[in-house]
Ligand binder design. Structure first.
Ligand code: M6R
Length: 610
């Protein structure tokens, strides 16, 4: 999400190495950016909110003759996106850029404030510069101050530090967040991601957890957190930059499917109270939301499918009458909205024209609005009264995957929140639901193991021209989503149906040329009914892929049929698990067909036209 670059050397202009490096990290998404360089004995920081172009406009106006600097693109976690909260953060001569989260930020901030420190930003990062400065004032060397600081810090980080009083060095350290160094004679480059610095050198050094590196123009030293010297050798990297951006995955889509445990975890992180009894949405005004008696959700494509799942959750957990409508329809239908309605606009990009227009239309009725988006400064975030951000990180593949699962998990949290506010569930019930959510990332992780199995299975299915996906209840939207995924990246015709609807018409399509994908988690109500639907399809010669968490034997499966075993999970969260095999199935079929998976024909990642 955030990106770091650094440079020390005389061979190039620091300004352009930093700016070009940040530009190569642009694909990750960001909301602000900044650089710091040392001129003489002064650390100068230049920052800008919004697009990198805004920073560039400032940089274009100045000459920088410094041989050393650090830069950062920020994806806000603590503190809203703003110039003040953008990195680098400075305390006296110390300037810091940071990726990750300081988990004990509040305690450290309190401690420092009691000792007289004055904080200017809302970020967790500022405690790092404050702490380093505190230790220096306490008489420690620059190196010892950095080590002492990270001895106190809990969480994940990749950090680069400048000290205007020792202007020849950058100190870098990491834990759970990547940081790499590229070297040439007489110059060193630092970055959170290889693509940022690969054009300068393919001799790359990977920092290990708890390493401290001291970078000077023509030397580099590594220490562990006890200040013992350690050796880190460089590796020659022969990947092309595009490949590296995909972290070794062939496509962004596959990378993003695999990122889902992390994305879901990041989305729920910090949103439950320590006792797991309540959901925390800081942005909400409980008084404004408690009288909501009706919810209208509007969205497009995959976000619409996530919203259909949201309806099940909202009605089941918080017992609020909920409707979901395609945004392109909502706007022109003159929907009836009253003062107790809440309109929710759901969008990964936050910029989809249909959805933002629907939101603006709803606002005309004076209703309260909530945006659920993955991009903090997006139009929908700006226009909504309340916002809940998904933390999927930048989604590059046109086919949405990780944004979808994070939207689903937001609906789950929202349902618990509203259930508690409306007093239709008590804290005990909330706790049970919250504990299930906390456990779900690990279950998603387990289902990612299906990747190879589904790759193999796709060999038998990629040449079919049509597919049907069937599901029931909360997994009916997964049938729709599975069909959409297959359509958009493989160009194979696919339809999703509620399984009970087959007998009312679509069953006429079934023959040996029609594979049918069943989404059949082992639940109390629907599983048995799906088995009956299964028999109906089998009797008509259809070929079946049966996705289930039931471990029971399925005698009825014929020779050409396949069972995909998924891990068990609570019924309400099961779409997070059933989504994984349908994403893999679409991906591997498309991959065998050789389509342009990340940028399928005719499609755009963000649809800004109506
Ligand atoms: O950015 P949004 O979530 O508003 O985008 C909505 C749809 O355009 C999007 O979900 C589209 O259907 C995807 N290509 C689905 O994979």
């Amino acid at each position: 999400m955030c990106g770091i670059v650094g440079y020390v050397g005389l061979a190039r202009k620091t300004k352009s190495v930093l700016y070009e490096g940040l530009k190569r990290l642009e694909y990750r998404g960001y909301d602000s950016a900044g650089i710091c360089y040392i001129d003489g004995n002064k650390n100068t920081v230049i920052k800008s909110e919004g697009k990198l172009e805004n920073l560039n406009a400032k940089l274009n106006k100045i000459e920088i003759n410094s041989p050393i600097g650090i830069g950062h693109t920020r994806w806000a976690t603590h503190g809203k996106p703003s110039e003040l909260n953008a990195h680098p953060h400075s305390t006296g001569p110390i300037s810091v850029v940071h990726n990750g989260i300081v988990e004990n930020f509040y305690e450290l901030k309190n401690e420092l404030e009691q000792k007289g420190a004055k904080f200017y930003s809302d970020t967790d990062t500022e405690v790092i510069s404050q702490l380093i400065f505190y230790f220096i004032n306490d008489g420690k060397s620059f190196e010892d101050s950095v080590i002492a600081t990270f001895d106190k810090i809990q969480g994940s980080y990749a950090v680069a530090v400048l000290n205007a009083d020792e202007p020849d060095k950058i100190i870098a350290t990491r834990r759970f967040s990547p940081l790499v160094i590229a070297k040439n004679d007489d110059e060193l480059f630092l970055a959170s991601d290889i693509p940022a610095i690969l054009p300068y050198s393919n001799e790359i050094i990977f920092l290990e957890d708890n390493d401290f590196a001291v970078l000077k123009k023509n030397s580099i030293e590594f220490y562990d957190n006890k200040k013992n010297k350690v050796e880190r050798k460089s590796k020659k990297i022969n990947w092309d930059p595009v490949m590296i951006e995909k972290a070794g995955y062939r496509h962004y889509m596959l990378k993003e499917i695999h990122e889902q445990p992390r994305a879901v975890f990041d989305t729920i992180r910090g949103r439950f109270s320590d006792d797991f009894e309540t959901v925390i949405f800081n942005d909400f005004d409980e008084n404004l939301i408690k009288d909501v008696s009706r919810i209208s959700i509007t969205a497009c494509g995959t976000s619409y499918h996530a919203s259909l799942i949201g309806k099940y959750m909202l009605e089941s957990i918080s017992r609020i009458n909920t409707q979901v409508e395609l945004a392109s329809e909502f706007k022109y239908r003159e929907p009836v909205l009253d003062s107790n309605s809440l309109v929710i606009a759901v969008s990964q990009s936050g910029e989809t024209a249909d959805t933002s227009e629907a939101l603006l239309e709803a606002k005309k009725s004076g209703v309260k609005t909530l945006g659920i988006t993955n991009v903090e400064l997006s139009k929908i975030s700006r226009e909504s009264d309340f916002v809940i951000n998904t933390k999927a990180g930048p989604e590059i593949g046109v086919a949405s995957t990780k944004a979808f699962t994070t939207q689903v998990v937001v609906f789950y949290m929202l349902s618990i929140y509203l259930g508690l506010v409306r007093k239709v569930i008590d804290k005990k019930a909330a706790k049970k639901l919250i504990k299930d959510a906390v456990a779900v990332s690990k279950i998603i992780q387990k289902s990612l193991k299906l990747d190879d199995e589904i790759k193999e299975l796709s060999k038998d299915f990629y040449s079919y021209k049509n597919f049907i996906y069937l599901g029931r209840g909360i997994n009916y939207p997964i049938a729709l989503e599975g069909a959409l995924k297959l359509k958009e990246i493989s160009y194979i015709h696919a339809e999703g149906y509620a399984a009970g609807e087959m007998k009312h018409g679509p069953i006429a399509l079934i023959d040996e040329n029609m594979p049918v994908v069943f989404i059949a988690p082992d639940d109390e109500i629907y599983y048995k009914k799906l088995l009956a639907n299964f028999e109906e399809i089998k009797a008509r010669g259809g070929r079946i892929i049966f996705i289930t968490s039931s471990s029971g034997s399925l005698e009825i499966l014929g020779e050409g049929d396949r069972k995909i075993q998924i891990p068990k999970c609570s019924n309400l969260l099961s779409p997070l698990i059933t989504a994984i095999p349908v994403q893999f199935l679409a991906y591997h079929i498309a991959n065998r067909l050789g389509t342009d998976i990340d940028q399928p024909r005719n499609l755009a990642k963000v649809v800004t036209v109506e």
